[in-house]
Design a protein around this ligand. Structure first.
Ligand code: PLP
Length: 388
């Protein structure tokens, strides 16, 4: 058995089978076991006072949560990783770790709605000023940075609308102004976008989504470089952010098949998205992996793959017609979240501050799961025909 470090020369699919486990240290068991813990005992006063043992309290880490943290950090090339109770908690903890009263944060206008709400409702009330910016701003972010700007928060591709940002150009300008760069990387997973090679200081994941991958666990992860690690670790401890061994085990179990699931789902998503482009009921398909998407060039430059989550915009229709369409589906279901094995459809309205969402028709976010793509197409075809 080789160490995790020596595996850096092998492909990600290979690393997924081996990261975060060490059979020799666990009686030959393939998987890192679930080690539930709150209290962890110290052998003597000296060790207690110095905190001089690897595990000190369940909230800080257990062997199972540490295994997941190590696997995620190594996969994306982070200095360290920390687990949180949810993806949203990873977002909020990250932002609080780099801002305080009197500071300013720049937030991409396409962020996940709860991230926007945290910034406008909680962060503002704490005395941090928030401005939103066009995710397509690129190096011109330099014009928006003030001496008080401590952080730039990105999500690329954006939630619901899937704009792709020039992360490296934005990071460069932000760093010149002394601001940290945070990226919600949930869509790409640690496989398809390597944040730290693109200038990101803090990469955030909703582990709940593709990594856990089976619609049964809530978990977030904050991955950091060496410049942000102390601030993130401090704030995570202050806020009491952590997760349990059961959730970490589910995420580790999901992680093993991440590459295989994504390969299958991306192929299905591309096939379905291309077919949707030809449908008369569909005004637009928003998916940067499609050649005629405005984000295609940057997606191709920066990403090594695409998630199976994208949106379509319908031509304007009545609410009754929309209800006929979505209520009668047999394979696509309506529900929040995405990233598991089953396909989902979600009518949504993008919320904007400085850019405009001017489409008249309904936006539907589609999540393509592991089902046979021909069956999914049939379900969608019948649904679109119910719009008439
Ligand atoms: C779902 C989601 C989150 C929040 O994750 P939870 O684990 O549900 O809290 C954050 N960012 C993005 C982009 C998401 O899609």
């Amino acid at each position: 058995m080789t160490t995790d470090e020596s595996r850096e020369s092998v492909g990600d699919a290979t690393r997924l089978a081996h990261l975060g486990r060490n059979s020799e240290q666990q009686q030959g068991l393939v998987n890192t076991p679930v080690t539930r813990a709150s209290t962890i005992l110290f052998p003597d006063l000296k060790t207690l006072r110095a905190g001089a043992q690897e595990y000190t309290y369940g909230r800080h880490a257990t062997p199972t949560t540490k295994a997941l943290q190590d696997a995620l950090a190594q996969l994306e090339g982070a200095h360290a990783a920390f687990l949180t109770s949810s993806g949203l908690a990873a977002v909020t903890t990250s932002i609080l770790s780099v801002t305080k009263a009197g500071d300013h944060i720049l937030v991409a206008d396409c962020v996940y709605e709860p991230t926007r709400k945290f910034c406008t409702e909680a962060l503002s009330a704490m005395g941090v000023s928030v401005s939103f910016f066009d995710p397509l701003v690129g190096a011109d972010i330099a014009k928006l940075v003030t001496p008080k700007t401590k952080a730039v928060f990105l999500e690329s591709p954006g939630s619901l609308t899937f704009e792709v940002s020039d992360v490296a150009a934005i990071a460069d300008a932000a760093h010149q102004a002394g601001a940290k760069v945070l990226l919600d990387n949930s869509w790409a997973t640690p496989l398809f976008f390597k944040s730290f090679r693109n200038g990101v200081d803090i990469s955030i994941h909703s582990v709940t989504k593709y990594i856990s991958g089976h619609a049964d666990g809530m978990c977030g992860a904050i991955l950091t470089n060496e410049h942000a690690v102390d601030d993130v670790e401090r704030m995570r401890r202050l806020l009491g952010q952590s997760n349990g061994a059961d959730e970490a085990y589910l995420a580790l179990r999901g992680l093993r098949s991440l590459e295989a699931r994504l390969a299958r789902q991306t192929a299905s998503a591309l096939e379905i998205a291309r077919w949707l482009e030809t449908r008369p009921e569909v005004a637009r398909v928003l998916y940067p992996a499609l050649e005629n998407d405005p984000g295609y060039r940057l997606w191709q430059r920066d990403f090594s793959g695409a998630a199976s989550l994208f949106s379509i915009v319908l031509h304007p229709c009545s609410n009754d017609a929309l209800a006929r369409m979505v209520d009668g589906m047999s394979l696509f279901s309506m529900g929040y979240s995405w990233g598991a094995f089953e396909s989902l459809i979600l009518p949504s309205v993008p919320n904007r501050s400085v850019t405009e969402w001017s489409e008249a028709g309904t936006l539907l976010r589609l999540y393509i799961g592991l089902e046979d793509p021909n069956d999914l197409k049939q379900d969608l075809e019948a649904a679109l025909e119910r719009l008439e």
